[in-house]
Design a protein. Structure first.
Length: 363
């Protein structure tokens, strides 16, 4: 359904070209200080307008319509809404007869007997990641109020692009050791720049080429939770990995996730992959990605997420025309990201923070 979490519950609603989209958060602690300005930075990181992103520009101003009184949460469900104003719904009319390859046009029609809202991809749209980011802002505040075993504040969550169009970021360390350098929180890691999203020269060249060709690009995002106590999570069904993967795979366009050494572990020996345990009981490196047996081990949670190329492309593709009963060629009209993962690091952060806020509430 459209709800995730057990104690900190997140419910999404709305469609891309409907009047509103939003999120209802249940389980938000009472007394949490919150205002509209708290959402500004993360919403800005998701905004479009940079080269390679959709030209659809919305105000994206959050409206907090319940669960807040005199600047603090009340303990009642918190509802945050956003208006949709800049819509070009006519661009999507053709997809009823000619569903887009890679999209949910056909599966939605089959599931809901053509009763779905097709405008702007409806409830399947990446537009719904905006209320996810809003939920992440609240989740991050909950994490900031939590304390670790040593009484220091709980960490924030940090994600950044590490590969775009098959081109890795040049300044990345290949070491998975837990070092101070690996845990640094910088403007670069937050992907926040005055002009919008930060890209390397090689990435910009790949974006420019995809634009010329009417095509799109995929990407990889790395996410790290530097400070997390051991003991969160459960074996099997409620392992930290399974919960993070569940949430992250709800982001439109995600095609894979790996923790720590990930798929590389299948090519290693046990002596290479195993993490030595230090005097404080914590791993000396992080091949496991911060978990053993589904439970946090005190090392940073570390994982990477693979995003597919945007499905809506100007380049001609084959699809079935249900009006003519024949195969046809489709060149997708409208306004679409060349690489929607450019705006996704903050979405991955939000999903991770949502999972951690729920785990903290359960423990």
């Amino acid at each position: 359904m459209n709800t995730f979490g057990r104690r900190f519950r997140v419910s999404l609603f709305g469609e891309s070209h409907g009047e509103l989209i939003g999120v209802v958060l249940d389980g938000v602690p009472a007394g949490l200080e919150l205002c509209q300005d708290d959402f500004t930075q993360d919403i800005r990181r998701r905004k479009s307008g940079a080269k390679g992103t959709t030209p659809r520009i919305e105000a994206d101003e959050p409206g907090i319509v319940s669960g807040l009184f005199e600047g603090h949460t009340t303990g009642a469900p918190l509802t945050v809404v956003f208006s949709n104003k800049n819509t070009h719904s006519s661009d999507y009319e053709i997809f009823a007869a000619m569903p887009r390859p890679g999209h949910a046009d056909l599966t939605a029609a089959l599931k809901w007997d053509d009763c779905q809202d097709p405008r702007g991809s409806g409830h399947f749209s990446g537009r719904l990641t905006l209320p996810i980011v809003a939920a992440g802002v609240v989740a991050k505040k909950i994490l900031a109020d939590a304390t670790l075993l040593d009484e220091t504040p709980c960490t924030q969550v940090h994600a950044r692009l590490v590969e775009l169009g098959g081109v890795p970021r040049g300044d990345l360390s290949t070491s998975l050791e837990v070092t101070e350098k690996a845990l640094e929180v910088t403007e670069e890691a937050l992907e926040v720049t005055k002009g919008g999203l930060e890209v390397t020269e090689e990435w910009q060249a790949a974006i420019d080429q995809a634009i010329r060709e009417g095509d799109s690009l995929g990407a990889v995002i790395e996410c790290t939770v530097p400070d997390i106590d051991p003991g969160y999570g459960e074996p099997f069904w409620d392992s930290v990995e399974s919960q993070v993967a569940h949430a992250v795979f709800a982001i439109p366009g995600v095609r894979g996730i790996e923790f720590g050494d990930g798929f590389q572990a299948a090519r290693m020996k046990g002596s290479e992959h195993n993490d030595p345990i230090g005097p404080d009981g914590r791993p000396l490196k992080n091949g496991a990605g911060g978990m053993n047996g589904g439970i946090t081990n005190g090392a940073p949670i570390s994982f990477r997420v693979a995003f597919k190329p945007t499905s809506s492309i100007r380049k001609a593709q084959q699809t079935f025309n249900f009006l003519t009963g024949e195969m046809d060629t489709l060149e997708v009209p409208g306004r679409h990201d060349v690489c929607f993962a450019l705006r996704a690091p903050v979405v991955v952060e939000a999903m991770t923070a949502i999972v951690l806020a729920d785990l903290i509430a359960i423990k």
